[in-house]
Design a binder for this molecule. Sequence first.
Ligand SMILES: [Zn+2]
Length: 122
Amino acid sequence: MKKMDFKKVIEWLSQALRCPICGYQYNLETTKIIDTKQEDASHATLLVHSDCTRCKSSVVFGISIDGAEIFSAVMVTDLTSSDTKKFSEKNPLSAEEVFGMHKFLENFDGNFAKAFAPKSRP
Ligand SMILES: [Zn+2]
């Protein structure tokens, strides 16, 4: 299988993609590939993080390449590019984890210092 040149794709995208907040064109230095998947010679998906040098907002682009067609979905984020990489490798939250947090917050007194303090051993 011929490997897609993702660096070339990013070079092209940084010319085509604009900040959804202020419309400024992205530059290559602040655009990083977080993840790539290539199914065959003409189908691939990319996860790209970019920082706007003008308004300082960050976005994650999900890009799908299907032959000559390229689709992109954009999401504004407060994650840095290293956070984006870190969290993309984690499992999604489960319903049990969300319910556990709900139960915890029901009786939480608001004391974060106590909640995050190391537990003392008996
Ligand atoms: Zn911007």
